[in-house]
Design a protein around this ligand. Structure first.
Ligand code: NDP
Length: 463
């Protein structure tokens, strides 16, 4: 593995050495290696300016989770058969506050994927300026095709073990892929029953039992606010712009919602079966159909094209070496499904078809080669740890409301979310400029996020 574009300075030699060690010590975790490489490539100049971080071995400490919990999750399916899944919680870093980060239920979940997500989460939470450490967890349980009762029994079994390790001042999980309002409800119910206490131990809760207004909307809204901030640096707005959106879950739905609000035209959505392209644009009525389809009936996005004649459905073709969704004509793209859904070939197609704004709703949806193409092209490219930080920021606001035992209005939470996204954009832009790479939001996000955590770790001693 090579560190590109780094000259031979003490800082670059240090990050090169740490990356080699990280790959050797964490064999078989390619997503973790990828996330670490992306961050370390940005950080080399920081270690030239601040050699004390090297002496204190801050990076080596940040790359080792403070604690990893792995456990068996036994549950019974509707036929009475025993099933066994694997549960995880990666408590990565608590320098800035209680561990905070989502739970993912998806068949692909493994330790390496959760370590990449937890590492990203540490830097993302730092960018929000709220007092939150970083963590991530989940299970290889696949909620697709399971009955509500099966999902409930699984969540209860999962929480029976997890409850020992979390708490409102220790570790506060939330949702992620496969974990939405339904799952958070079942998880919270079991925690409350086991501990006999009603506390803000999870975020993304229902509105009538401690949840925050705007939390479901926050990640998608935040990614759109970030894109708007980037465009403002060029004196432009989202109004009238054609936008590609991938995924059709929580993040994708509210990305489309806010794009419609701001006068843009979202034209695509996807799931693991394929994507729809609606040249006429996804309007409010069509979005209502998607909310019902995905959140209530739990159907496939293909049904959108059966319902609306302006849309065409393209199933996934496993023989293709690219995703044709990223070849559609547009100005902006919001990858909002999953990691590595956009590779170098897709990046070339996006650039060729005129896309010059990319705001990542998903975590690490873009491969390292594709990121380099975007940076070399000088387009407005926002990495997930900055662009999708609105979700966890609003979880932080939910924690604040729970601590105060009161609820803010929709307008209050949305205006705080907007303010936080503006500040994250500003911090990324200013840091990128201060480190000699103006317009490079990847460097800006990585360095700004890192500095705050590193300084807190220095203050707190060797723990
Ligand atoms: P959801 O489970 O609500 O939706 C996920 C969407 O992505 C679904 O449409 C799903 O399709 C699709 N998808 C998932 N995995 C794959 C895959 N391997 N291949 C193709 N499509 C896939 O999750 P969210 O919307 O909450 O999360 C989406 C992304 O946003 C993730 O990367 C998550 O980490 C990130 N994120 C989420 C936050 C949140 O607040 N929810 C906060 C910050 C980041 P299908 O149903 O067919 O699987």
């Amino acid at each position: 593995m090579s560190i590109a574009a780094a000259g031979e300075t003490p800082g670059s030699l240090y990050v090169k050495e740490v990356l080699i060690q990280t790959v050797a010590r964490n064999a078989g975790e390619p997503e973790f290696h990828q996330a670490v490489q992306e961050v370390l490539e940005s950080l080399a100049p920081v270690f030239d300016h601040r050699p004390e971080y090297r002496t204190a071995r801050i990076l080596e400490r940040m790359l080792e989770p403070e604690r990893v919990i792995m456990f068996r999750v036994p549950w019974q399916d509707d036929q009475g058969r025993p099933q066994v899944n694997r549960g995880f919680r990666v408590e990565m870093n608590s320098a800035l506050g209680p561990y905070k980060g989502g739970l993912r239920f998806h068949a692909s979940v493994n330790l390496g994927i959760l370590k990449f997500l937890a590492f990203e989460q540490v830097l993302k939470n730092s960018l929000t300026t709220l007092m939150m450490g970083g963590g991530k967890g989940g299970s290889d349980f696949d909620p697709k095709g399971k009955s509500d009762n099966e999902v409930m029994r699984f969540c209860q079994s999962f929480m029976t073990e997890l409850a020992r390790h979390i708490g409102p001042n220790t570790d506060v999980p939330a949702g992620d892929i496969g974990v939405g309002g339904r799952e958070i409800g079942y998880l919270f119910g079991q925690y409350k029953r086991l501990r006999n206490e009603f506390t803000g131990v999870l975020t993304g809760k229902g509105l009538n039992w401690g949840g925050s207004l705007i939390r479901p909307e926050a990640t998608g809204y935040g990614a759109v606010y970030f894109a708007a901030e980037m465009l403002a640096t060029r004196g432009e707005t989202l109004a009238g712009k054609t936008c590609l959106v991938s995924g059709s879950g929580n993040v994708a739905q509210y990305t489309v919602d806010k794009l419609i609000d701001l006068g843009a035209t979202p034209v695509s959505l996807s799931d693991s079966g394929g994507f729809i392209y609606d040249k006429a644009g996804i309007d409010r009525e069509k979005l209502q159909f998607v909310f019902k389809l995905k959140n209530e009936r739990r159907g496939r996005i293909q049904e959108y094209a059966d319902q609306f004649s302006s849309a065409v459905y393209t199933p996934i073709d496993p023989t293709l070496d690219h995703n044709p969704l990223w070849s559609l004509k547009a100005e902006c793209a919001f990858p909002s499904a999953t990691q590595n859904e956009l590779d170098a070939k897709d990046a070339r197609h996006l650039l060729e078809s005129g896309v010059y704004v990319i705001s990542e709703g998903a975590n690490m949806p873009t491969t390292l080669e594709a990121v380099k193409l975007f940076l070399d092209a000088g387009i407005l490219y926002a990495p997930g740890k900055a662009a999708n930080a609105g979700g966890v920021a609003t979880s932080g606001l939910e924690m604040t409301q729970n601590s105060m035992r009161l609820s803010w209005t929709r307008e209050e939470v949305d205006s705080r979310l907007y303010g936080i996204m503006k500040n994250i954009h500003k911090a990324c832009a200013e840091t990128a400029t201060a480190f000699g790479t103006p317009g490079n939001y990847v460097n800006g996000a990585n360095i700004a996020g890192f500095l705050k955590v590193a300084d807190a770790m220095m203050d707190q001693g060797l723990v």
